[in-house]
Design a protein around this ligand. Structure first.
Ligand code: SF4
Ligand code: SF4
Length: 167
């Protein structure tokens, strides 16, 4: 039986063990924090370092990661859903980056499957656009200052409503 993109991605991520959850610190909008709190995530899971994010354990893994798996899979922050795409915002434009294969074993699979790539690209654009529209401007500025090494720029998408380009 043919496996869906989600099933294949899940298997690749399970083998990887959550590399992207190490020192991940996904940004959390006020609405996302409220929704996570309503799901029972304790206040102690969050920290503020110029923007609100999840803490990491001493070993660097995200506090929401247990045994290589995300404990809040159904409520994951936008940047976690968008991976291995990542972003920054400059001049009202969403700059979308793709991580190098050395960082994420899902990348070679996506590059080899146009349908899967398009599906994940669209998801990333949708979620990241929603995130940047709900983050306080001062927090977005701090997030923009975080370097994105080992990535390639793959799209520049105007954030003006109605002009978001999704291929
Ligand atoms: S998205 Fe990439 S880095 Fe993250 S768990 Fe999956 S394969 Fe690993
Ligand atoms: S929220 Fe989940 S997917 Fe995101 S970094 Fe933490 S454990 Fe990983």
């Amino acid at each position: 039986m043919t496996q869906s993109f989600e099933e294949i991605a899940e298997a690749i991520c399970a083998r990887c063990g959550g590399k992207c959850c190490h020192e991940a610190h996904p940004p959390l909008s006020p609405a996302r924090v409220a929704s996570l709190r309503a799901q029972g995530v304790p206040l102690s899971a969050f920290e503020y370092t110029g923007y609100t994010r999840f803490r990491s354990h001493e070993n660097g893994m995200c506090v929401m990661c247990t045994g290589g798996k995300c404990r809040i899979h159904a409520f994951k922050p936008e940047t976690c859903v968008a991976g291995p795409f990542t972003f920054e915002v400059r001049d009202h434009t969403l700059h979308l980056f793709l991580k190098h294969e050395s960082l994420c074993p899902l990348v070679p699979y996506l590059k080899g499957d146009e349908k899967a790539y398009t599906t994940q690209y669209r998801m990333a654009v949708e979620r990241l656009t929603a995130l940047v529209r709900t983050l306080p401007g001062s927090e977005l500025e701090v997030i923009n200052g975080i370097p994105e090494p080992d990535t390639e720029l793959i799209a520049e998408i105007p954030l003006d409503p109605g002009r978001v380009l999704i291929p």
